[in-house]
Design a protein around this ligand. Structure first.
Ligand code: GAL
Length: 950
């Protein structure tokens, strides 16, 4: 019964969630002018957050993230679509399971979000190959150009993905409102290519405006390309003013002011990717990235962009970052976690950045005049010259938006001052206080529901008409003074229900003066208008509010961890909310006297504010088992001379289409033999003359990669793999001679006149991006690029002939996709899979030998039902640079751990991959470069625990 009730509630709330203005499931037209986008003629301020479904391989959690976006006032989600994620080889595409983008787009609509669809073909520098499948490295024709081979390949991708996107467009009742072609493409590179992407999209049924995101302060799009071939309808600009040095979160705009350029007079200003987090270039950890791009940065830069620039289209990168699980990461800039220091953490938890998005996002959605503004001379002059203002006004309503900033960005505090404000309804002297690195958007001349707001030095978070009265939430920094002036035909009655607020009336103006402290409540009635409940709080108090739309109008909620949706039926308000123990207060029409939160009836009292006040229950405790019973097994039989490699692929090619030619023949590039992701093995047979003294190898792996070498079963050592060079030919061979990669053959090991076997295990860490569209970086090979046996210094071509074979990933794992599994023996034989029996394995030894050792254990979970308890795996102790660990949860490669891999010690185990009620298998593949104590101790932990409103 309880279950039935909650199913019914969720269904009811799902319907309610769809009641999004201008987004109700019927065909609509998307247009734009110089001010804003419009849907069926109705202006919208587009407030979008970036989300990558391929970084969250749990489709049931996609809706969770998008509901969290919606609850913060976002009305759109920006989605890259990753070609690499869907295509294991040419002509083969998979859109099922974790790759079911139809489901993704349905979930976006269900969450009430528009979608900016970004299918590339090139997408994101931090994903392997920049989103290009690695098989593209073996296709002739320069990537990101009109050249034939590439053209056929990308058209194949577009003709698969475009029709899916097309059937979810706003014009057909779906959520897709914009189509983003390519990514930070400098149009002057190849206009025909840029044009063809758009032609293909149109041919595939895309009929919403096409946009693109230009890099680096408007790059090439502002000039002739704005209208020539290749031009898109609404070009936008990417801005990352804080850069990516998270170790120094005190930085302030080293990459500029972050004002998004207006590219053309006939289009709105579109902040196509605006910084909302950072990659962790210095391995400082993502919490530092969250500081670098925290609320102070958001307040200053985002509000500047809104008022100084007049942007009405924003997409914040990232709203939720996720995980570079499997081999998804581009190797040079990122490690497993792609948390990004975003507002929502990798484990889907909300942060103070989320609160700031909510304060700003609610404002954008509530104040319709914001969608059409012109820059005006500021009508508000601060008495203290330390403050400056800029302003915009809506030409139809006259509503003014004034941005107040402190000129000294380092100023941590400041005395209050006065604004002399020539507002549409008269001139006012109002108190204001703004410190450095803060900015307030203040409003004057605004029809706030049934009220007339003359001016306020509090910021407006939101307002709603509820039960015949207006309820407005205003806020300001704790301790700062504020004044709000409202117009009335006659003296209204003012009742201060809570807090300290003084009221004066004269000349039609009701003036309220106060200090922002806690949450003040003022009820204004009479005066010729419908009643108004003003809730005036600090930033923190405002962030406790949620707004949800129901079929019978909006409700406001104070408290709970997250309100996903609300419904009203008869005398009952029902909330789909995430909760811990705490107060919940609901502002709903007066007929509502009862409150349900999830399946719970919450006992409520009616407050003096007319709201319902109750208390939610705390979550049940989640019991997490200790990880015990580990069993281990050494692998790498490939290193043994007698191993049968006759089934391996002969690596005997003498030519490659790669723009990088090998240093020795044959060509040993893994991609040329169809092995694209994860580890690859090579075995080279040679008949020794007896005079060979050394083996010279050179492998390119991407940053953090290495290779291990055996001769006739004896381990010779390891070396770091080559990485992308910063400049030049992009692949300067990494190993000078003498140095790593050159192995002396120990006396007595060689068998003259007989078969000798070199075995090499190469960790391919992923593929370079193609950010600058030069093809060379992306097509940098992976695997061995030079190999010789002999004595010649430098390992030059020549020496004793070697017959090579190569082995990588076995077949396809349909469920997990092309990026999950590499070519370790254990992976090829299923040691990572839950179905594998490890009964014959032994308890782990204290020390690991060089090579590969696997560990396995299983554990049962039974997390409290109806709760959201995100679980992680934590490595205790200090990692050794001598090993690297692949982590498999129920067969899914969820990450990589090691001192050389990155600072990460905790790995997210997302529900879906994790059985929350049942048995789970963990498998670790540890590659050790020298005898070393194994990793650990390992334990499970909970990132949080709430009763879930889903
Ligand atoms: C942009 C790019 C994004 C991402 C971001 C940095 O240039 O378009 O995909 O790479 O930089 O995180």
């Amino acid at each position: 019964m309880r279950r039935l009730l909650s199913v019914l509630l969720v269904m009811l709330l799902a319907c309610a969630a769809l009641v999004v203005p201008g987004h109700a499931g019927t065909a609509r037209e998307v247009t734009y002018d110089k001010y804003s986008l419009m849907v069926n003629g109705r202006r919208i301020v587009l407030q979008s957050a970036e989300f990558h479904y391929f970084r969250l391989p749990s489709p049931e959690l996609w809706a969770d993230v998008m509901e969290k976006f919606r609850a913060a006032g976002f009305n759109a989600v920006s989605l890259y679509f990753s070609w690499a994620y869907h295509s294991p080889k040419p002509g083969v595409y998979d859109f099922t399971g974790v790759r079911d983008v139809d489901r993704l787009l349905r979930a976006a609509r269900q969450a009430g979000l528009y979608v900016i669809a970004r299918p590339g073909p090139y997408i994101n520098a931090e994903s392997t190959g920049g989103g290009f499948p690695a098989w593209l490295k073996t296709v002739p024709g320069r990537a990101r150009s009109s050249e034939a081979g590439y053209q056929a390949a990308y058209r194949e991708w577009l003709h698969r993905i475009n029709p899916i996107i097309a059937r979810h467009q706003v014009t057909g009742g779906g959520p897709v409102i914009l189509y983003n072609a390519e990514n930070e493409y400098q149009v002057n590179t190849d206009a025909a290519y840029m044009q063809d992407i758009q032609d293909q999209a149109r041919a595939d049924g895309i009929d919403v405006p096409i946009t693109t995101n230009d890099c680096c302060d408007a790059g090439s799009w502002s000039s002739t390309w704005a209208t020539g071939p290749g031009a898109v309808q609404i070009p936008g600009v990417d801005d990352y003013p804080q850069s990516f040095e998270c170790a120094n979160p005190d930085l302030w705009g080293p990459w500029g002011e972050g004002l998004t350029e207006k590219l053309r007079d006939d289009i709105p200003v579109f902040a196509a990717e605006y910084q909302a987090g950072a990659i962790d270039l210095g391995n400082a950890g993502y919490d530092r990235c969250r500081e670098l791009t925290g609320p102070a940065f958001m307040k200053f830069f985002y509000k500047n962009n809104l008022i100084q620039t007049g942007a009405t289209m924003f997409s914040y990168y990232m709203g939720y970052g996720g995980t570079n699980w499997g081999w998804l990461a581009q190797p040079n800039d990122v490690y497993t976690s792609y948390d990004y220091g975003a507002a929502i953490t990798e484990a889907r938890r909300l942060t103070p950045k989320y609160d700031e998005f909510k304060r700003q996002g609610y404002f954008l959605q509530a104040l319709a005049p914001l969608a059409k503004t012109d820059a005006v001379t500021s009508p508000a002059t601060p008495a203290d010259a330390a403050l400056t203002t800029v302003a915009r006004a809506n030409p139809d309503t006259g509503t003014q938006f004034v941005l107040v900033r402190h000129t000294d960005r380092a100023a941590t505090s400041t005395d209050g001052t006065t604004l002399d404000w020539a507002a549409p309804d008269g001139r006012h002297q109002v108190p204001v206080r703004v410190k450095g690195r803060d900015a307030h958007v203040l409003v004057a001349g605004y029809d706030l529901g049934g009220q007339r707001l003359a001016v306020s030095t509090s910021e407006i978070m939101t307002h709603a008409a509820i039960g015949g009265r207006d309820v407005a939430v205003l806020y300001g920094p704790a301790g700062s003074p504020g004044a709000t002036v409202l117009r009335y035909a006659s003296r209204p009655s003012v009742k201060v229900l809570e807090g300290r607020v003084s009221a004066t009336y004269g000349g039609g103006d009701l003036r309220l003066d106060y200090t922002h402290e806690g949450l003040a409540r003022v009820l204004v009635t009479g005066g010729g208008r419908r009643p108004l409940l003003l809730l005036i709080g600090t930033d923190e108090a405002a962030a406790r509010f949620w707004r949800a739309e129901t079929a019978t109008g909006p409700v406001l909620v104070r408290g709970t961890e997250l309100v996903r949706a609300a419904a009203q039926r008869g005398d009952t308000v029902s909330l789909a909310a995430d909760t811990v123990a705490g107060e919940v207060e609901v502002f709903a029409p007066p007929q509502a006297g009862r409150l349900r939160v999830g399946a719970d009836e919450v006992r409520v009292t009616r407050t003096a504010s007319g709201s319902l006040l109750g208390v939610t229950r705390g979550p049940e405790r989640a019991h997490l088992p200790a990880l015990t019973g580990w069993r281990a097994h050494a692998e790498a039989p490939e290193a043994a001379p007698g191993f049968d490699d006759s089934g391996w692929t002969a690596a005997d090619r003498t030519t490659t289409i790669s723009p990088h030619q090998p240093k020795t023949l044959p060509v040993l590039y893994a991609d040329d033999y169809g092995y694209h992701y994860g580890n690859v093995w090579y075995r080279g047979h040679f008949t020794a003359t007896g005079s060979e003294s050394r083996i010279d190898l050179n492998a390119v792996t991407g940053l953090r990669g290495n290779y291990l070498v055996w001769l006739n079963g004896r381990y010779l050592g390891s070396a770091a793999g080559g990485v992308e060079a910063d400049s030049g030919d992009q692949w300067t061979p990494p190993n000078p001679d003498p140095g790593p990669g050159h192995f002396d053959i120990p006396a007595g090991l060689l068998k003259a006149g007989a078969d000798n076997v070199i075995a090499v295990l190469v960790a391919n860490m992923g593929h370079n991006d193609d950010w600058i569209a030069d093809d060379l970086r992306f097509k940098q090979p992976r695997g061995l690029v030079a190999a010789s046996v002999g004595g010649a210094v430098g390992g030059a071509a020549g020496g004793t002939p070697v017959a090579w074979r190569i082995q990588g990933t076995a077949g396809a794992d349909r469920l997990r996709g092309p990026l999950s599994t590499g070519g370790l023996y254990g992976e090829r034989t299923g040691w990572h899979l839950p179905t594998y029996s490890d009964k014959s394995w032994k308890p782990p030894a204290a020390t690991l030998p060089p090579g590969v050792t696997w560990y396995r254990t299983s554990f049962r979970l039974d997390l409290p039902k109806g709760h959201d308890v995100p679980i992680g795996l934590r490595f205790g102790g200090d990692p050794s640079p001598a090993y690297r660990v692949l982590i498999f949860l129920n067969g899914w490669n969820v990450g990589q751990y090691g001192a050389d891999i990155g600072p990460q010690r905790e790995f997210s185990l997302p529900a879906g991959l994790l059985a929350e009620h049942g048995s789970n298998t963990l498998a670790l593949a540890v590659t050790a470069e020298e005898p070393v104590a194994g990793p650990g101790p390992l334990g499970l932990f909970a990132y949080g625990n709430v009763r879930s409103g889903r």
